[in-house]
Design a protein around this ligand. Structure first.
Ligand code: SAH
Ligand code: F3S
Length: 487
């Protein structure tokens, strides 16, 4: 290698006599510690934030104690999620005592919900930034650097961060999130999201494809397209979903809906696994299921939250479908994609929920026999329609008991579903070592079920055919029988 001494010399001379701090360029030495709570979208947003701040000279650190800036990306979905964040702030407070220069900012849904009240309630907080204001972070940080508190919680009609290349945080190098819509227009009466994340808007498909292509180039093998309500994705040149009616004929003719977007992504990277979350039953159309069936690389798994099996409760929740319509959707999924996994979110103890409503939920679960489930006791959220118009009248013990019953039933159904895989050979994408054993890999099949098997010669990121020998209610255990055709 030929050394260019003249360049080295110039660098040396330029640094002579310069104070050490400037030599390193102070800006470049700042450390960002970022922590995320709640939904996948928050984790994805933190990667956008890290990217915006990397341009400002912030490097991420995993050591809270050495951070110059601590950001916490918060969740408001249930009261418990907010309490968790408040507990974390106490910890940050303790660290700040030994590192007084440390600044603390809150991002995400709690920031949006509480706005500047946060600064009064939690003295440790220097900065409050809502989910649509992350591009303003450089200005806000300058404010706090100058000793003032800073707040930006303005919600946007068109911000999708489509032009920001996320910095992948805590990445396994194999799977990544790609956000495709922001906000939600559904106004489920229990849900705080429409208030904290604003109106629904979709991201330019071109920028989605560019991100997916770039991920493939960098070795990623699976993407999850993210949105509060992905089936409602609609690109017609920008703007809010609710303004689509006002678009020109040309814009309407060239618009891209979710089924089309799935096809575009599947075709752009035929070996990349594609997942998506979340589907709201009222917005999921047959063309989406048909797109899934058409492409091998679109994973056969739908997260399809229903929240309740009772028509009366569904209506009170402003979920715009009935139990019967949900069954019809399930039947269509099973007909078009026989091996499709389906998962649920459920809420027990929504206002006025009776024992009979609860039984309806159990019988709906019996009909579907979900592969997985995420179940919660109802938590009243300030500002939602349910909080304003309904009494949180189901006693806490009743909510908990019903929750236990649906969790137990889900566990039974989980086992029923995992048993269906035993004896089959399934393609698994290796994500990393098994948590329980260093001699085993952990990956997932197309249906999103975790599969564990001996490592042998295989590597992270490989697509491997695994013979499934045993199962628990959530995990498949098997042995590799060779690389899959995708490898
Ligand atoms: N966009 C998704 C859900 C977003 S919130 C959808 O279409 O359903 C994730 C889950 O949290 C919801 O599905 C719901 O089951 C639960 N959840 C939301 N608000 C809640 C509340 N106030 N109390 C308890 N659970 C809630
Ligand atoms: Fe919440 Fe319903 Fe939207 S659960 S995120 S308002 S689809």
């Amino acid at each position: 290698m030929i050394k260019d001494e003249s360049v080295e010399k110039v660098i040396d001379e330029s640094q002579q006599g310069t104070p050490l701090a400037l030599q390193h360029n102070v800006k470049n030495t700042r450390k960002l510690y970022i922590e995320s709570y709640g939904c996948q979208m928050n984790f994805s947003d933190s990667e956008i934030v890290a990217s915006i701040l990397a341009k400002e000279g912030f490097n991420t650190t995993e050591l809270l104690e050495e951070a110059d800036l601590v950001l916490v990306n918060t969740c408001s979905i249930r009261e418990k999620a907010e309490q968790t964040v408040r507990k974390r702030l106490e910890k940050f407070n303790a660290v700040k005592k030994v590192n007084p220069g440390m600044k603390v900012g809150v991002l995400g849904c709690m920031a949006e919900r509480l706005k500047s009240k946060f600064l009064e309630e939690e003295k440790i907080v220097d900065m409050v930034v809502g989910p649509d204001a992350y591009k303003d972070l450089p200005n806000l940080i300058q404010e706090i650097d100058e000793g003032r508190n800073a707040v930006n919680v303005i919600l946007s009609k068109d911000e999708t961060y489509g032009d920001v290349a996320p910095v992948r945080l805590n990445s396994n190098g194999v799977t990544a999130f790609v956000s495709i819509t922001r906000g939600c227009d559904n106004m489920c009466t229990f849900c705080v999201v429409p208030f904290t994340r604003g109106r629904e808007r979709s991201r330019n498909p071109q920028s989605i494809l560019e991100e997916v292509n770039d991920l493939w180039e960098r070795g990623f093998r699976e993407v999850t397209l993210l949105g509060q309500n992905v089936d409602s994705y609609l690109w017609y040149g920008g703007g809010l979903k609710k303004d689509f009616e006002k678009a020109s004929e040309m814009q309407k003719a060239t618009s891209v809906n979710f089924a089309k977007l799935l096809e575009l992504v599947a075709q752009a990277q035929p070996k990349m696994r594609i997942r998506f979350s979340t589907s709201n039953p009222q917005d999921m159309t047959l063309d989406v299921i048909e797109s899934m069936a058409k492409y091998d690389n679109i994973c056969k798994y739908i997260h399809l939250p229903v929240q309740s099996g009772s028509n009366r409760i569904l209506q009170a929740m402003n979920r715009l479908h009935t139990r019967e319509e949900y069954f019809e959707l399930i039947d269509n999924i099973r007909k078009i994609i026989p091996d499709c996994a389906i998962s649920q979110d459920m809420i027990t103890g929504f206002p006025t929920e009776t024992e009979e409503d609860h039984q309806d939920t159990l019988s709906l679960m019996e009909y579907v026999k979900y592969d997985f489930g995420f179940m919660f006791a109802y938590s009243e959220r300030p500002g939602t329609l349910a909080e304003r118009k309904m009494d949180d009248d189901v006693p806490e013990e009743t909510k908990k008991r019903r929750l236990r019953e649906i969790i137990d039933l889900q566990q039974k159904h989980g086992l029923f579903r995992t048993q269906e895989h035993v004896g089959r050979v399934e393609e698994v994408l290796i994500e990393g070592p098994s948590k329980k054993s260093d001699a085993h890999w952990m990956g997932r099949n197309s249906q999103n079920t975790v599969v564990v098997f001996p490592k042998e010669q295989y590597q992270v990121g490989d697509f491997v055919n695994v013979k499934i020998n045993e199962c628990t209610s959530a995990t498949l255990i098997g042995e590799a029988v060779g690389y899959s055709k995708n490898n």
